[in-house]
Structure formats: structure tokens, C-alpha cells
Design a protein around this ligand. Structure first.
Ligand code: FES
Length: 128
């Protein structure tokens, strides 16, 4: 059983406080690149890829392991927002953990995850 934060906590810990980056996709390689420097002050970085409808969140799981999740709700394809503890959907109240797993319905499917490769100076994110 998970202890969920109160709504006030969720509202205070909004996406606006997260570091973010905007990148151009490399359509030839079907990838985009993000500098490791973005993670100096945070384990979470909001990613906006040009011409993609939804944003993504990159999660630093360890010094060499990162996970990228699409911020599109698996219930009815609405945009998601972040707190420091969870990913949540304001449309119908679903909540997801940082593995992308739903922990509060109505969503019952995981978020889409993009393959994310670490190199010493950057991440290579494989686009869908
Ligand atoms: S669209 Fe997210 S909970 Fe319904």
C-alpha cells in the first residue's frame, strides 16, 4: 500500500520547479541527445522534443542508469504533471510511480518508456 501525498503537496511540487530541456530530434537516427549536465541539480529533468505532442520525464536512477517516460496518461491520453514523488493526471486522478507503473486508477497500464542509453557526457534517447 502506498501513502499518497496530499493535494497541496502535489500542487506545490509542480513541473515548473524541475530543470527542463528542449531538443531537436535526429530523424535519421530516430534519437535525441540530452547533456548529462542537466542532472547536476536534480534527478528529474523535463524533456520537450520538438514536434512531439507530449513532454517526457527523464529519471536518473543511478550514475549510469536513466529512464525516460512519456508524460501521456495511459487511461485516456491526457498530459501528466510531476511532483517530486509521483507522476499524476489531473483529468481523472490517476497516479504513476517513477517506473511508470499506475498506483492509482483509473489508469491500469504503465506509461510508455523510451530506451535511454548513457554515455559519459550525454544520454541518447531512442524515439518511438
Ligand atoms: S486521462 Fe488520466 S486518469 Fe483519465
Amino acid at each position: 500500500m502506498f501513502a499518497l501525498p496530499g493535494i497541496a503537496t502535489l500542487l506545490l511540487d509542480s513541473c515548473a520547479s524541475l530543470p527542463s530541456t528542449k531538443v531537436e530530434p535526429d530523424y535519421t537516427k530516430k534519437t535525441c541527445t540530452v547533456s548529462i549536465d542537466k542532472f547536476i541539480s536534480s534527478k528529474l529533468v523535463l524533456l520537450r522534443i520538438k514536434n512531439f505532442e507530449f513532454d517526457f520525464i527523464i529519471i536518473k536512477k543511478s550514475e549510469t542508469e536513466f529512464k525516460t517516460l512519456e508524460l501521456k496518461c495511459s487511461h485516456e491520453d491526457q498530459p501528466l504533471t510531476m511532483s517530486n514523488k509521483y507522476i499524476h493526471c489531473s483529468s481523472h486522478g490517476s497516479i504513476f510511480d517513477f517506473e511508470g507503473n499506475p498506483i492509482k486508477e483509473p489508469a491500469n497500464r504503465s506509461l510508455k518508456s523510451l530506451k535511454t542509453d548513457f554515455a559519459s557526457t550525454h544520454l541518447t534517447i531512442h524515439l518511438p
